[in-house]
Every structure is written in C-alpha cells, then in structure tokens.
Design a binder for this molecule. Structure first.
Ligand code: GRF
Length: 206
C-alpha cells in the first residue's frame, strides 16, 4: 500500500477527488495518510477533518527561509512513511530539500498543457494568448516551476466565448480524472522515469 501525502493551500478539489476515487476503487493500492497545508484556513481541510484524514498545518505566512520550512515538513512527515507527495493547489514553491528527499516521488497538477503557460493564472494566460486548445498536466516536481517530467496530459478545447471561469471549470473536471489516473499508475508501479521521459508501463498495448 502506497502512503500518500496531499499538499494543499486552498479549495482542495483535487485532493477531494483523489480521496473519493480511492474510496470508489478507481485508485488502487494507495491511501491518503496525511493532508498537509501551509494555510490554516484552507477549505480542503474541512473535508479532511470530516473524513477522518490526518491533517498537518504548518503556517507559512511570514516564513522567509524556505529551506528550513521544507526541512520542518520532512520532519513532520517522517512518522507517516510517505511514498508519494501530491501537490494539489499547493501555492508554495518547494525547495531542493524536499525534492531530493522525495526524488521522483512528488507530483503536481497544472491547469495548462505544459510547457505552455507555467506559473499562476494559467487559464487566463491561455485565453489571452488565444490558443484553441489548452488542458492540464500532471508532472513530477523538480527544482523548477512547473518544469518536471510530464506524466499525463489531457487537452481541453478553448471556446470563443470562454471566460476564465468557464475554461477553468472545464479544465478542473479533467484535472480530477487525470490526477487520479496518475496516482493510480504510481501506486501500482506502472510509471517508469528516464531523464525527462516518463513511460506508462503497458500503455503501448492499450
Ligand atoms: C488547480 O487548478 C490546479 O491545477 C492548480 O491549482 C488549482 C487547485 O484547485 N495547481 P484545488 O485546490 O485542487 O481545487
């Protein structure tokens, strides 16, 4: 059984989707052992508490030493024997302290087809650029911002009359499915990484 830590800062809908998909058996061989938040007011913490999922909150407001902060996270996670960290709307850049400790075991979801539209407000960036297709990406986390090896991507059509909200919500429903699929693949040992390339074992035979 793979022990998962989900990191959130806000709404936590990807966290909730992963948790529900574990309950439904869509994700096999994984369990959410703990939810970590840098924001004590993160909405997603309510779901965690209602569902008896262990919560760690380490407020990051005013914390300037990111390395020290991440070393504290590592200490706090130690008892949970975490195999996989899922960043899900976690609004802090993780340092090499965490990346090296959990090498190729930290995933993130981003609401664009990377490497396009990295960083904040990816859906707004896509609309302003005028692309016809955007989407979402699940990738491993390296030292950069939204730069790590890509695991899965899903495209979403951009419509002429899309607003930032309408596009974001269509992308979000795909995020929930895509992230759960990536977590399921990881939990079942079906992901191979070589440099920047991630292969899904058996995917060629589908
Ligand atoms: C999602 O759009 C995700 O791609 C981005 O932040 C948002 C988090 O939403 N990284 P939620 O907290 O999972 O609802």
């Amino acid at each position: 059984m793979i022990n998962i830590a989900v990191f959130i800062s806000g709404r936590g809908s990807n966290f909730t989707a992963i948790s529900e998909n574990i309950k439904k058996g869509v994700i096999k061989n994984g369990r959410i052992s703990v939810v970590f938040s840098n924001n004590p007011d993160a909405l997603g913490l309510e779901y965690a508490r209602e569902n008896g999922i262990e919560v760690i909150v380490l407020p990051s407001k005013g914390v300037s030493n990111r390395e020290e902060y991440d070393r504290e996270i590592i200490r706090l996670l130690e008892p949970f024997k975490i195999d996989l960290i899922c960043l899900a709307g976690y609004m802090r850049i993780v340092t090499m302290e965490l990346v090296n400790k959990y090498n190729n075991r930290i995933m993130n979801i981003h609401p664009s087809l990377l490497p396009s539209f990295k960083g904040l407000h990816a859906q707004k960036q896509a609309l302003e650029y005028g692309v016809k297709v955007s989407g979402c990406t699940v990738h491993f986390v390296d030292g950069g911002m939204d730069t790590g090896p890509i695991i899965l991507q899903k495209s979403v059509e951009v419509k002429d009359d899309d607003s930032e909200d309408s596009l974001s919500s269509r992308i979000l429903s795909e995020e929930h499915k895509l992230y759960s699929r990536a977590v399921d693949l990881f939990c079942n040992g079906l992901i191979e990484i070589e440099g920047r390339k991630v292969a899904v074992i058996g995917a060629g035979n589908e």
